[in-house]
Design a protein around this ligand. Structure first.
Ligand code: DGL
Length: 276
């Protein structure tokens, strides 16, 4: 029988934000090999239609499989919201039943019931994630008694990508959306940061939130959940190579990727250009 070739775990994002997720995954699973793909040439996904996000994400997943990955993590909330279910149910059976694609929404919603006393939960996300209703649907599948309110924050991603997340200008947009969410439901006591970029705005978000409100940051949760997944799926774990190596790919120009990636990830990055 032909031996299956081991491969890296692939992390996919529309751009740079998934690096915040990779940072934490690496902390929980340091010995594994990773390839990171940022579709920077076509970012942002947050404002794009369902069909386009699905097509782009599927292209990326196929590419990452062809590069040897058996397991792909969609670090992007928008891709997880708009493409994951279709890819899992419709495409994977035709591509390769032994490969897996996982997203970031499910692990993030699993924790909210334990954190919330009032059972009123808020979600910040891109317009695409909010319009997909993925968070309310997934939360209510597990916890039908939780009331979910969402707030789309279209300016937050550009503020982070333009390195303005610490500036006074960012305060205006953070305050505005925090206020809107809490006005919409003053009983919220738990908020999910449903976008890869928002951990960089955490300091400012906390500044405008009452201290009793708990914030769900995805990186650690996704890292822990992936670790648990690999323990529960030893067959998949065996197929993941473990040399502690990391390679980065971008659909944009390498130098441009390196300049901005520094906002999200510490250390020197080994980056290559990739065409999807
Ligand atoms: N990575 C996206 C997300 O988490 C944000 C950036 C984008 O809009 O492409 O939703």
């Amino acid at each position: 029988m032909e031996r299956i070739k081991n491969g890296p775990i692939a992390i996919f994002d529309s751009g740079y934000g998934g690096l915040t997720v990779l940072n934490k995954i690496k902390k929980h699973l340091p010995h594994y090999d990773y390839i990171y793909l940022g579709d920077n040439a076509r970012t942002p996904y947050g404002t794009r239609s369902f069909e386009v996000v699905y097509d782009y994400t599927l292209e990326a997943v196929k590419k990452l499989f062809s590069m040897g990955a058996h397991l792909v993590i969609l670090a992007c909330n928008t891709a997880s919201a708009k493409a994951l279910r279709n890819i899992q149910q419709k495409d994977l059976p035709n591509i390769d039943v032994s490969r897996r694609v996982l997203g970031v929404i499910r692990p993030s919603v699993e924790v909210v019931d334990e954190l919330s006393d009032t059972k009123h939960v808020g979600v910040f996300g891109t317009l695409g994630t909010v319009q997909s209703e993925s968070y309310p649907i997934e939360i209510n599948k597990l916890y039908p008694n939780i009331k979910v309110s969402q707030e789309a924050c279209p300016m937050w991603v550009p503020l982070v990508e333009n390195n303005e997340f610490g500036s006074a200008g960012a305060d205006y947009f953070v305050h505005k959306h925090v206020d809107r969410l809490l006005t919409n439901d003053p009983l919220i006591d738990t908020i999910v940061l449903g976008c890869t970029h928002y951990p960089l705005l955490l300091k400012k978000i906390k500044k405008y939130l009452p201290t009793h409100i708990q914030i769900v940051e995805q990186g650690d949760i996704v890292g822990e959940s992936l670790k648990d997944y690999l323990i529960r799926h030893p067959g998949m774990d065996e197929k993941c190579s473990k040399e502690g190596e990391m390679h980065f790919y971008t659909t944009e120009q390498v130098e441009k990727f390196k300049q901005t990636a520094g906002i999200f990830f510490d250390g020197d990055l080994n980056v290559e250009h990739l065409v999807l």
